[in-house]
Design a binder for this molecule. Sequence first.
Ligand code: PLP
Length: 466
Amino acid sequence: RNVETMSATERLDFAEMAKGHLIQPWPVAGEIGAEARGGIIAGDGIYVTDIEGRRLIDGPAGMWCTNVGHGCEPIARTLYEQAMTLSYNSPWYTASEPSVRLSKRLAAHAPGDLDHVFYTTGGSSAVETALRFMQFSNNVFGRPTKKRIVARQGGYHGSTYLSASLNGRPRDHDWMDSAGDLVVKLSCPNPFRRPAGQSVEAFCDMLVEEFSTTIETLGAETIGAFVAEPIMASGGVIVPPPGYLTRMRELCRENDILFIADEVVTAFGRLGNIFASKEVFGIEPDLITFAKGVTSGYFPLGGAMISAALLARLRQSNHADAMFAHGLTYSSHPIGCAVAETNLDLLEGGLLAHARDIAPYFQAQLKTLEDLPLVGEVRGLGLMACVECVADRESNNPLALDLEVGKRIDAHCQQLGLLVRPLIHMCVMSPPLTISRPQIDDLVSILRQGIALTQDELVREGLWKG
Ligand code: PLP
């Protein structure tokens, strides 16, 4: 369809239909079932076109997922061809060719002995699978109390009951039930928010000590897993202190606690590798969960890579009849797996190298925004970054401005041609990996203007002294 010619009436219809019939994720009660979010109707490369006909840089690559960019022909062709070859098969009784081939390729990329895959429909179901696998294993191994899950404040792991129980961002649990006692939360490893006067090294020691004390207090026999995003994504692109992940990994090994690396965002090129755990952070987890970039968002697919040693231990247990009663109709979906194979071809065929090559430029250009008074810190790694706004740079206090700052910046940037992903007072950038240097310049220049306009507006409204 020609998006430029969409009439005002059509646009109104679109909004009315959305308000009348669509429930989008994460609505507030006051708007639920009566909300029309901005319409997006087309995409190509790093751009999307909105309902007004505006072409916008897709700053967050959808939801950190459109890694190869929009309108990717090879993937579109794969979707069609696989649908015509075999659109579905039941993973309960049979295995499809793409799922088998993809598993072998993923095993070759995964660290350590993570050489088996359990496929799911996305990230939440991947995390849910990893957690249920831990529970199942400990039942089979005769230690039914070893089930607690340790997660962190600031983390995000999904929207199913158990995966959501691990979430630790502000407001995640204000109105939602969760698995309570099963989950223990450690401090957020955010060096920017470490106690005043503390060195990053001392902060790291404190975080590791906190985990060690938690294990001692609760007893290793009650803790089944530690779940961590190598870089907290939705919590604001929090890169942990150097050495933090290896030390947390070591504590898990010493206490027979499964280390589950949630790589739903960090895998498939975002940090320049298929998986980041080993190559970027030097850790070999017991399980890795992935989704999003595995198909660049063209098909809902996720999965959990599982350690061969763990699987062997189960096979050798005394309970050959114990069933891992877990599986989804769309586990190992042939179309999803075929798309993931083509996506892998593109990543291996040059896109990973491009992402690695361009990432320092991306980070350096965004870092220049730190000269704006509203910006407290620009941080990130690879092709993921966060611009965190502060009320005043002396205290780095984010709270006085609270909710509206990210939204205000996003609104200005959309007028100028950039889609931002506002997270309270933070703007997250994770564009398609195909982004070029001139496109990075455009993105940063628009973001600079958007923040500058927001600064002026806040001063005008008397909300900020500037
Ligand atoms: N884990 C992480 C680290 C995520 O960022 C997300 C989604 O943003 C999830 C899990 C949940 O994935 P999904 O939304 O595909 O269920």
